[in-house]
Design a protein around this ligand. Structure first.
Ligand code: PHE
Length: 342
């Protein structure tokens, strides 16, 4: 049998290229290069050859062996690096901090409610007014027909500021406003001063403070929206109609409102306004009434010429009703699972 080393080399190299595992390469090495291989076996026939032929065949065999060794090495390193890459991929620990999901934030539910209320009242012809959260006793109480030591002051648990350290404030007692009603006075004085009114049709949403412990129905810091209408010949009927229109615009046509006699020093007569609930019961929303003559006077207006109504209610409480929230504290706990629902 004549065997051609070159042919063995070509055939073996192809086998190494096709090998799919290190074990297979090992098998091929034994087959093509091992002591039992054809190449090794050819040495036995050397002694029958002429020296010249021996030389030629010898160098052909060496070349073939070299070629096969290279092919084995090549194939082995390819398989090894593929195995290493696969291992790296499975053992990879990703330490990169990634944003789980690019979620887009949105306004807080109270802000949404606040803005919606502004929209509803603006569509009814009101403009938006504002005033400071730190108020004087005069704006928060006295001008609203609550002179010092008036017993009704106890309806508003007030946080007073120690202004003795602040120079130039005079005798003014400062406090955190307990309601948005001081903006009634500010709006009247502003309108008179710059000649823009009356008539005055304003709403004032804002933050208010009370010395209260937070529970399911109270927050020490919460939000109110105040409404003030001053014009000629304004009646209680205008007040009732405005409240009813607002309730329908905000909650929907199936909702209705009612007024219940009540007491506030700054309105006369005064009422509490309620809205109908789905189960036929009534939910108390806020206070309202005809602006008291003393309040008109404090605002620089003549009660003989002008009359008006005012109302005020809690924005947080309204959101609580609208969205069926059990506990007002949910609004300030900032739990994203709660907030993302709105
Ligand atoms: N300011 C009152 C309160 O906080 C509500 C109110 C506003 C009542 C306007 C009458 C008129 O309780």
């Amino acid at each position: 049998m004549t065997v051609d080393p070159q042919q063995i080399a070509v055939e073996g190299a192809a086998a190494f290229v096709a090998a799919e595992s290190l074990a297979e390469i090992h098998e091929l090495e034994l087959q093509y290069l091992g002591p039992q291989s054809l190449l090794s076996g050819m040495k036995a026939s050397f002694r029958d050859l002429e020296p010249e032929e021996r030389k030629v065949l010898g160098s052909q065999m060496n070349a073939a062996r070299q070629q096969l060794e290279l092919a084995a090495q090549d194939s082995r390193s390819k398989l090894e690096s593929a195995a290493r890459a696969a291992q790296l991929a499975t053992e990879r620990v990703d330490l990169t901090e990634t944003l789980a999901k690019a979620t887009v934030g949105h306004s807080h539910v109270i802000t949404q409610t606040w803005e919606r209320l502004e929209d509803v009242f603006c569509s009814m012809g009101f403009t938006v007014a504002d005033g400071p959260e730190v108020e004087t006793d005069w704006f928060n109480f006295e001008a609203l027909n609550l002179p010092p030591a008036h017993p009704a002051r106890s309806l508003w648990d007030t946080l007073y500021l120690d202004s003795s350290q602040l120079e130039g404030l005079g005798e003014e007692q400062l406090l955190l406003r307990t309601h948005t009603s001081p903006v009634q006075i500010r709006s009247m004085l502003r309108a008179v001063r710059d000649g823009s009114g009356p008539p005055i049709y304003v709403v004032c949403p804002g933050r208010v403070y009370r010395r209260d412990t937070a529970d399911a129905t109270h927050l020490p810091v919460f939000h109110q929206i105040e409404g003030l209408v001053i014009d000629r010949g304004i009646t209680m009927g205008d007040l009732a109609g405005t409240i009813e229109s607002f309730v329908k615009a905000y909650f929907g046509d199936e909702m209705t409102s009612r007024l219940r006699p009540s007491y506030f020093p700054f309105t006369e007569p005064s009422a509490e306004f309620d809205i109908s609930a789905a189960d036929g019961s009534w939910l108390e929303v806020g206070g309202c009434g005809m602006v008291h003559p003393n309040v008109l006077r404090a605002g620089g207006l003549d009660p003989q010429e002008w009359s008006g109504f005012a109302f005020g209610f809690g924005i947080d409480r309204l959101a609580k009703i609208r969205y069926g929230v059990e506990d007002l504290r949910e609004f300030v706990t900032n739990d994203v699972r709660f907030l993302s629902q709105f």
